[in-house]
Design a protein around this ligand. Structure first.
Ligand code: G6P
Length: 352
């Protein structure tokens, strides 16, 4: 069954390997011949709104940042992301026609439930994107969209993130006049993840380079958002203090933390940012950093450590995140940590 570990040593690694099939399942569930399985009411309400307020916590919030990017690129509706626990106590200035989008793997996060009570009190509609269709948030929101990721058991979220970005891409593309062929493009994403998982063993790379008690991920634009999730994953299970940083911002202070051997991992998924992110890497190399580069084929250089097959530029987080999940996994494995149940963490947090 889907809650059985099968041949895998941990749920986390099983769930990482499930990601290509999760993406395919989402395609099957959302595309029915030429029809898209998103209710007309959801589309109508979003089209009528002048700003999307995305509310979430943890990994789901990082998917939310990608969602903001997708909303603005594809629908031209401004979108902003809010930390659920902050929004619940301090509502930002709202526009005339806000639309609220909650993202939650479990659908049970108490901080988000507090947000929902607040938006309902203000008489606004909310859509929840969740993996659990019987969850509190799915039941209490006006609308919900399902992730179809299957049960996620490991505390560190992997496949739910990829599923969240996939569903957000379908939602935004449906609202867009760009009409990206997402059946084709999401299938390419599944193939790129599959190809990476089948052909590259990165355990020795992690052993050689992730040797310190701290680490940095850097990236620009959409890679910056991926770097936030990459850093959270490494922190959660390896207990290495990690920060995701906008590549160009590191030099404005934080570069002071770079010492001999500090690992800095760069995410480079587009040509546009490749040159400048690489020059930011050179800045840290000259201060002694140990660097690693994760890139896509069309922007790669031969010496890059991990090169993934190209996907549509708006879908890169789904593939770029996968090596970072494995970096976290192998770093935690080497340290002998409890991978599926990291210390101090719970799968869903039902207190505010
Ligand atoms: C907990 C988990 C995180 C998760 C966050 C949000 O803190 O440990 O992995 O990202 O809650 O959970 P949700 O179910 O709302 O996505």
């Amino acid at each position: 069954s889907s809650t059985d570990m099968g041949e895998y040593q941990h749920y986390m690694i099983k769930e990482i390997y499930e990601q290509p099939s999760v993406v395919r399942r989402i395609v099957q569930n959302y595309f029915n011949h030429d029809k898209i399985n998103i209710s007309a009411d959801i589309l109508k309400d979003i089209k009528a709104s002048d700003r999307i307020y995305i509310l979430a916590a943890g990994t789901s919030m990082h998917a939310g940042y990608v969602g903001k990017y997708l909303f603005e690129e594809l629908t031209h509706i401004p979108a902003e992301v809010h930390i659920a626990s902050e929004f619940a106590y301090h509502t930002p200035l709202l526009t005339a026609k806000p639309f609220f989008l909650m993202i939650s793997q479990s659908g049970e996060t108490a901080d988000l439930r507090a947000c929902l009570l607040k938006t309902q009190k203000l008489n606004y509609k909310t859509l929840t994107i969740t993996n659990v269709k019987t969850s509190t948030l799915a039941r209490e929101s006006n609308y919900f969209l399902e992730l179809f990721a299957g049960p996620e058991i490991a505390v560190a979220s992997t496949k739910a993130y990829v599923a969240q970005v996939a569903v957000l891409s379908i939602l935004c593309n449906t609202l867009s006049d760009q009409n990206i062929d997402l059946i084709k493009e999401l299938t390419k994403v599944a193939l790129s993840i599959e190809n990476f998982l089948a052909t590259q063993d990165i355990s020795s790379l992690v052993h050689d380079k992730i040797t310190k008690r701290n680490c940095f991920y850097i990236g620009r634009t959409i890679d910056y958002y991926t770097s936030l999730e990459a850093a959270l994953k490494l922190k959660e299970i390896s207990y290495i203090q990690t920060e995701g940083f906008a590549a160009g911002e590191l030099k404005h202070g934080t570069i002071a933390l770079i010492e001999e051997g500090t690992p800095v991992i760069a995410l480079i998924s587009s040509k546009e940012i490749s040159k400048n992110t690489r020059s930011n890497l050179n800045e840290v190399i000259s201060r002694g950093a140990t660097t690693m580069i994760i890139s896509l084929a069309n922007t790669s250089q031969e010496s890059d450590d991990i090169i993934l097959k190209d996907v549509h530029p708006l879908l890169t987080p789904m593939v770029m995140v996968v090596p970072t999940q494995l970096i976290a996994y192998y770093a935690a494995l080497e340290r002998g940590n409890d991978i599926d149940k990291p210390r101090n963490l719970a799968k869903s947090v039902t207190v505010e």
